[in-house]
Design a protein around this ligand. Structure first.
Ligand SMILES: [Zn+2]
Length: 120
């Protein structure tokens, strides 16, 4: 099993800060759904118990669309969506990290996995 690393995420203005434990993130998901193709985020996923929100709960806004199963959270001050919340089909709560918002990640070095969210 890979050793878990700690990743530090934040929005642009710094109001939203979190840490997430994950095996080394070497790939990210690029989704073509109507939201992701506009926001441009690259995603990696961790179980909710490996995610800790340190600040920003009071400024986070929740955007939902379509089937409204995913919470696309964004900072009310700077507008950056640094993570989202959702569940797997089996009910496991997951957090989608926008790897572009992680201090330790250079998104240009990641393998990109394309996800056809448009067809869901
Ligand atoms: Zn912000």
């Amino acid at each position: 099993m890979d050793e878990a690393l700690t990743y530090h995420g934040s929005c642009h203005c710094g109001a939203v800060r979190y840490t997430a434990k994950s095996p080394a993130i070497t790939a990210a998901m690029s989704c073509n759904c109507s939201f992701c193709r506009r926001s441009g985020g690259l995603l990696a996923f961790v179980p909710v118990h490996d995610f800790t929100l340190h600040s920003g709960s009071e400024v986070l806004q929740d955007y939902q669309f379509g089937k409204k199963v995913i919470h696309h959270l964004f900072c009310a001050a700077c507008g950056i969506g640094s993570f989202g919340r959702g569940s797997l089909p089996d009910g496991t709560e997951m957090v989608a990290l926008n790897v572009r918002c992680l201090d330790e990640i250079d998104a240009d070095t990641l393998a990109i996995k394309h996800f056809d969210g448009k067809s869901l």
